[in-house]
Design a protein around this ligand. Sequence first.
Ligand code: AHR
Length: 494
Amino acid sequence: MKAKITARKGNVISKIDDRIYGSFIEHLGRAVYGGIYEPTHPTADDKGFRKDVMELVKQLKVPVVRYPGGNFVSGYNWEDGIGDKSRRPRKMELAWSSVETNEVGIDEFQEWTKRAGASVMMAVNLGTRGPDEARNLVEYCNSETDTYYANLRRENGFEKPFGIKLWCLGNEMDGPWQICSKTPEEYGRTAYETAKVMKMVDPSIELVVCGSSGMGMPLWGEWERTVLRHTYDHVEYLSLHSYYNNFANDTPLFLAQSLNMDKFIKKTIAFCDEIKAEKRSNKTIYLSFDEWNVWFHSGEKDQKVKRWSVAPPLLEDEYTFEDALLVGCLLITLLKNADRVKIACLAQLVNVIAPIMTETGGAAWAQTIFYPFLHASTHGRGTALTTACECGTYSAGDLQAVPYVETIATLSEDENSLTVFAVNRSLCEACTLDLRLEGFEDYHAVSHTALECDDLKAINTAENPYAVSPIEKPLGDEIVLAPKSWNVIVFEKN
Ligand code: AHR
């Protein structure tokens, strides 16, 4: 099989916003306790953060981490997680039927993100709470005034504001599972009033308003339009969430799911622009794909977890090699839409549907999906180039013309390196690339890294952490993508 890939210097989709490589830590399962934080762990630092986990997180170079939820945030009182730890309340956490000890809150999490080289993307509770608690939290985090919440932060040991720039107005407020979910009208009004008071406290913040929790939601479209009619002038981003599964155990169909992500993005852009036209606005709403991943492996195990325990093992998906291939396709899809998708968060970061797994008290290791994310975050910065790919196609389910090769080229900011990312979806045929990199005649290939594996269901475990890990391919006259493979080909200027 052959694929002709054409990219031209100057023919750009957009500058890539670094925040497209964001991630997410929710107070859920062992993401926080036993994940990023475990004071009794042999690698714990002076604040109780696991250094082995921190090391892996740093490799991923996540610029922004969404926190503290997720469904969790809709029942959360942020005041429970600040100040003297010995006085923090243990609470019934209703979203995941767990006990929240509040040992970690925003005081600790902002410190953790600093150490990880990232910044916080903070969500406010628009479920059980509303504008008042949200504006108080903005004051606590960002204000330098001599006023109650800013002074409370100082009393808790933080003279300088945390300076959190990016805020989410609640989480998945359309979902019936959400604590105090809302109709589009109810949410639109609340989000509008909350946005106003949050920006009165700190006009420099950026806001993400909730879109539908998925393309399959009954109000998808109507929700976006109604919510944006209320909030258009007060927010910068609209959120999208989507998780993919292979319950059908149909790999070609599963690997084609990035086409659904693309459709979700394109339609959501259309909803945003419809309201832009309706309002005769010059402002463009950008997208925050702030939950995306594969999620389906852990369902049965989750049913057996004891209710009302602290940090139970929930949503601990063990990712297979084929999951990594889809994650590669999804990353390419986000890059292809870099003109409108400015923020994206791989959900989540540690233990909970995550690229990094740990044993409480034991090892930390990279799951299969860690690698495509690592490669894209490392090499996929700068500019996304319009990349045409002529190759064979197949049909899967109701998806027609699924290209065997999913690809995009990116050019680094200094223009010294050009990277071609490519997934070969074919399960049996290798693919030889006919690469037409126009305007890049003075560049030469310096590496071809690939993720290949005979076993689509192979996983990494504590005992065998490198079962699925990248290999360096020899560079020859031709670049060949192995059947079922993720590939990163880097070119440098001579
Ligand atoms: O990421 C896991 C959960 O998925 C989040 O809490 C919620 O927002 C979504 O439904």
